[in-house]
Write a new protein. Structure first.
Length: 94
């Protein structure tokens, strides 16, 4: 798991679609996907705007971006699995 997954987890936790967040941040949806997949690193400004758009502290993002501890990786993996399951359940409901 890459550090960028915190971006996806926060977006999912706030029940936002990629396209919605892209509109809020005034970037292309593909750019959001690239950040979430770890292929791009958001600028400092975009990171702050991302946090604002999702109503979280940028400190939360920084905590997960700047840590390589086993506990944090395990928690992030667990949250990823929960979010993936939620995505599957939402898809079935639609």
């Amino acid at each position: 798991m890459g550090k960028a997954n915190i971006y996806r987890l926060l977006r999912i936790a706030r029940d936002k679609k990629v396209k919605e967040l892209a509109v809020d941040l005034r970037v292309a949806p593909g750019y959001i996907n690239a950040i979430e997949n770890g292929n791009r690193t958001p600028s400092v400004r975009l990171k702050y705007n991302y946090a604002k758009a999702l109503n979280v502290s940028v400190d939360i993002i920084d905590t997960f971006e700047n840590t390589n501890g086993v506990f944090e990786k395990t928690m992030l993996k667990l949250l990823q699995m929960i979010c993936d399951q939620d995505d599957k359940n939402k898809s079935k409901e639609e």
